[in-house]
Design a protein around this ligand. Sequence first.
Ligand code: TYD
Length: 211
Amino acid sequence: MKGKFIVFEGIDGSGKTTQINKLSTWLRSSDLIPKNNQLVITREPGGTKLGKSIRSLLLDTSIETSPDSITELLLYAADRAQHINEIIRPTLNKGDWIISDRFCGSTLAYQGYGRKLDLKLIKNLETIATQGIYPDITFLLDIPVEESIKRRINRIDDRIEKEGRQFLSNVSLGFQRLSKDSKWKKISAINSTEEIISEIKYEIKKLLKNK
Ligand code: TYD
């Protein structure tokens, strides 16, 4: 039996890590995952050993030359291709479940709406990198841009986070558009942690009922 593939998306500071931790604790203690299967938590970029090197090329601010937009897009696609082949496909084939912190939606939002690269080109690359493997459900943790900036005030920005307010607004608009898809669930992430996780649990139960 094929496992389930759950993705979390959102602009920086939307609280993905907290919700992923809460959801994984709940899933591991529930009987929703078949007894002989596991839950794997992963992320993009950097879900594999090779991906960790790609992640530092992408996000490290100490690297003197920044990749240009197309190079950046290709590096995210390379990270994803490796992630699909090494982690995602084998895990799902075993019937295990996956939660990934970011996936294709981030490329459309950041490189498409943020960097203004052609959405068709991004989708073509996506087909190559994913080889037809897509999430069963994607949660968009939605916060206003101002809230993202406020929450990250004491954190050191990585190369993408340094792009500033206008870039982040464009990315946010991208996520809003993407979340109209029926496999996306937009959740207001300015609510309390408990309210957010209970909405997520509700959607997961609904997903399992409909299958
Ligand atoms: P993330 O791991 O969420 O950052 P953090 O460790 O600070 O929580 O994401 C890394 C950054 O990479 C984030 O700013 C979004 C960006 N990104 C893209 O621009 N395109 C992509 O395809 C992906 C997966 C991430």
